[in-house]
Write a protein that binds this ligand. Structure first.
Ligand code: SF4
Ligand code: SF4
Length: 294
């Protein structure tokens, strides 16, 4: 199985649109995972049929037993996250603020606090026109994105590990969800855009990826909106020995495709669709050549 993550240094680069189109173009059997768990929207262009939903239990949080509590206030005094509230002399933990550090269990003189598992999201398993899709929903404010990304990947590999290809729609940024996404993948495709911030974020995300040693490939979306910034991205990729393998032009057909809920490559031979078809062929060539630079 080859594992590819499509990522971006920031949101709004067209990463999900590219992932959806690639899912229809890359050859072999395929399982899809939407690891952008804070804003999962791959399903919007895949029309999935939901097969099952499983609860996601995030980290444990503290729970106070009011019958055992002697109202000493030690837990409130020692919680550095302000997660213990007092209401009418009753102490209780706000699960949205609890960071699971368990300090309150150590300081409670009455043994009234226990750490309990809490459902912070759900993992969905669906069928699409091109294979199974694992996607998720995180309870707002839960803050377990990295753990949920790990659970989404694990679910995909356990249920569809026999597929030829594991295609991941990754999160934007360089934080914990990204690290969880790219660990163990063979290649990352960074989708960026021709702007000052696009190049800046590209540099940051590539620096993180290099710690995990997947092959790094780059595609620039809407490249023709700023040719001078495009030249800077090309020069930087050349200097860093990174394969810039895709140039997708600005194309109103992309917006029409998103509105219709399908990948742009399903709507005809628009310029963006043609560029992504070429990108898919190049990805397969890159991944079949083990001697290319990482
Ligand atoms: S587990 Fe930590 S963060 Fe949560 S209530 Fe107890 S002390 Fe506060
Ligand atoms: S430390 Fe224990 S006994 Fe004291 S207020 Fe908190 S829960 Fe109640």
């Amino acid at each position: 199985m080859i594992r590819i993550a499509v990522i971006s240094g920031k949101g709004g680069t067209g990463k999900t649109m590219v992932t959806a189109a690639l899912s229809r173009l890359l050859s072999g059997s395929l399982v899809l995972a939407d690891c952008d768990v804070d804003a999962a929207n791959l399903e919007l262009v895949q029309s999935p049929r939901l097969l099952r939903t499983d609860p996601f239990m995030g980290m444990k949080s503290a729970v106070i037993d009011p019958a055992a509590c002697v109202q000493c206030g030690e837990c409130e005094a020692h919680c550095r996250f302000g997660a213990v509230d007092r209401d009418d002399d009753k102490y209780r933990v706000n699960p949205l603020r609890c960071e699971g550090c368990a300090v309150c269990t150590a300081v409670c003189p009455a043994g009234a606090v226990t750490m309990q598992p809490r459902q912070t999201g759900e993992i969905k398993y669906s069928e699409t026109a091109r294979g199974h899709l694992v996607h998720a929903r995180l309870v707002s404010g839960a803050g377990n994105s990295g753990l949920l990304v790990h659970a989404v990947k694990k679910t995909a590999l356990e249920r569809d590990g026999q597929c030829d290809l594991f295609l991941i729609d990754g999160p934007p940024g360089t934080g914990c969800p990204l690290i969880s996404t790219i660990s163990g993948v063979d290649a990352v495709l960074v989708v960026t855009e021709p702007s000052v911030s696009g190049l800046h974020d590209l540099k940051r995300v590539v620096a993180v990826c290099r710690q995990f040693r997947p092959r790094v490939l780059v595609a620039v979306n809407r490249w023709d909106l700023d040719p001078s910034q495009m030249e800077k991205i090309e020069a930087w990729c050349r200097d860093e020995n990174i394969s810039l393998i895709g140039r997708i032009p600005f194309d109103p057909a992309v917006i029409d495709a998103v509105r219709a809920g399908v990948p742009v490559t399903e709507t005809g031979a628009s310029p963006a669709a043609q560029a992504i078809r070429t990108l898919a062929v190049t990805i397969e060539q890159e991944l079949s050549n083990p001697d290319r630079p990482k």
